[in-house]
Design a protein around this ligand. Structure first.
Ligand code: SER
Length: 507
């Protein structure tokens, strides 16, 4: 690999490669799935084609290619808690994919992937860096076993893959892909890239594929769609065998830019740098920094540096979450206390918590927005049109939440401080008091999952049983104090509101 590809080039090259091979270029669908109650957010390129695979909808093309906006936070595929602490987890990411609706099947899907990945005219990834897994057989529904996919294995070898690098993996967890508990599914074949020993999170000097230490990275998943799983778990054949593939743009960028972490690619680096500028910290010094071992906040008003790797994770979380929030708002989601709006609120609040860790000024998220838009507007011009709307929502949410955490977070750290150096507590052997957590929730409005995050980042567990008990006791007290009061005397609307907010708190 001699050429260094930009993220934008990787995206447009993928689309061009398949367009030249008879595929219709289809725009990404919204992150809010249309008419699909089984999905919280669009989480794969095939979502918008679900009914085409099922034969319910006909289109005037049988081959398609797309770059799909995806969010995996909440729902079946949820990566939220890992973001920032690993090289490859994201809430928002782009999935490149080619699709065949009853047109070509395994042979062509494998030949296309091989050419695009290895040809010197295209991505030119060295063959000796690649591994190929195929479905190794499993019980796919009660009493129904599917044999290993020897066809796919032979096709990889016939195409040029070294035989000892084509591996059949039994079971459903790795090489059988399903959109959800119901819907289209089928055996799949994955292409993995060897990032070398430096990428091993566990310091392995010479581990062999497949080792899940971080060295071997899945870059492309080819699903051979053949079934529709119904609500009883039964697999029914699709009208025609089809193809659904997905390659994470961020991972491909890491490979083609020679980076171990997706956050070091040009898709994230400008955002990480901008977050560092806004917070007036240097990314270089953060990289060289070992794990923080001391330095609790000089003032209790300012949260201390965290134990899980200094400020770099904070910068990465802000970079990731800014992209997710921008795209979700652009697709019409607004922060709220339920459903999609709640996940957006959670993402924004997690980012704001990191802003607090960095001791940066507010507003922050609306100031990083121009960098998000600058990097993405060539592929998603709508971001520019909706800029003012996105900035306003980010600012409003930031303002509102800042008021809550200014006081509440300070109190939380005051409560936590005496325990910070207790080994038992940090190992989670003794959890942070649920009663104290409830007091913070009740008095200052700190949401439960927010406290769970803050404490988790510091290595603490939270006694949620104690939290719920304290809440029940509070409810019982409140009920007792209502005794003798004629509810009917109040306007029923207010009575209903009071009940709603007493029983459905913001956590
Ligand atoms: N649907 C498959 C995936 O998400 C391939 O696109 O991995």
């Amino acid at each position: 690999m001699t050429k260094v590809w930009t993220g934008n080039e990787i995206r447009s090259t993928f689309l061009k490669f398949f367009e030249e091979r008879g595929h219709r270029v289809v725009r990404s669908s919204s992150l809010v799935p249309a008419n699909d109650p089984t999905l919280l957010f669009t989480n794969a390129g095939m979502n918008q084609f679900k009914d085409v695979f099922l034969g319910i909808e006909q289109r005037d093309y049988k081959r398609a290619v797309s770059c799909q906006k995806c969010v995996r936070a909440g729902g079946k595929h949820n990566d939220l808690e890992n973001v920032g602490f690993t090289n490859r987890h994201h809430t928002f990411f782009e999935m490149l994919g080619n699709f065949s609706f009853g047109d070509y099947f395994k042979k062509d899907a494998i030949a296309f992937a091989w050419e695009l990945i290895t040809s010197p005219h295209w991505y030119a990834i060295p063959i000796e860096k690649l591994y190929f897994t195929v479905f190794g057989g499993a019980e796919v529904s009660p009493g129904v076993a599917l044999p290993p996919d020897h066809d796919a294995a032979s096709l990889w070898v016939a195409t040029g893959a070294p035989k000892d690098r084509v591996i059949e993996v039994p079971g459903l967890s790795d090489n059988f892909w399903a959109m959800g508990d119901t819907g289209p599914c089928g055996p799949c074949s994955e292409i993995h890239y060897d990032m070398g020993p430096a990428a091993s999170d566990e310091g392995h000097a010479d581990c062999k594929f497949p080792c899940d230490c971080g060295r071997y990275v899945e870059i492309w998943n080819l699903v051979f769609m053949q079934f529709n799983r119904d609500a009883s778990g039964k697999l029914n054949p699709l009208p025609k065998p089809s193809v659904d593939t997905g390659a994470g743009l961020e991972r491909l960028a890491a490979v083609l830019q020679g980076k171990i972490s997706n956050f070091d690619t040009d898709l994230f680096q400008p955002l990480v740098e901008e977050a560092a500028n806004l917070a007036r910290v240097s990314t270089e010094s953060e990289r060289n920094r070992a794990f923080v071992t001391k330095g609790m906040g000089e003032s209790a008003a300012i949260p201390p540096p965290r134990s899980r790797g200094g400020r770099l994770p904070s910068l990465r979380i802000i970079a990731d979450h800014s992209r997710a929030a921008t795209f979700l708002i652009s697709d019409g989601v607004v922060p709220s206390n339920e459903g999609r709006g709640y996940v957006l609120r959670k993402i924004i609040r997690r980012a704001l918590l990191q802003v607090r860790f960095l001791k940066a000024d507010f507003p922050f998220l609306s100031l990083i927005l121009p960098s998000v838009v600058a990097g993405m507007k060539s592929a998603y011009p709508e971001l520019e049109e909706k800029f003012a709307h996105i900035a306003r929502i980010l600012d409003e949410e930031e303002k509102q939440f800042s008021r809550t955490i200014d006081t509440g977070l300070k109190k939380l750290y005051e409560d936590v401080e005496p325990d910070l150096w207790s080994k038992e507590k940090r190992l989670g052997l003794i959890a942070f008091s649920g009663e104290k957590a409830f007091r913070l929730y009740d008095t200052y409005g700190l949401p439960l999952d927010f406290m769970r995050d803050v404490l988790g980042d510091e290595g603490f567990a939270l006694d949620e049983v104690g939290f719920n008990k304290a809440m029940e006791e509070q409810r019982a007290r409140a009920k007792a104090s209502w005794k003798g009061v004629h509810k009917e005397a109040a306007n029923p609307v207010y009575t209903k509101l009071a009940e709603t907010y007493r029983t459905e708190p913001d956590f």
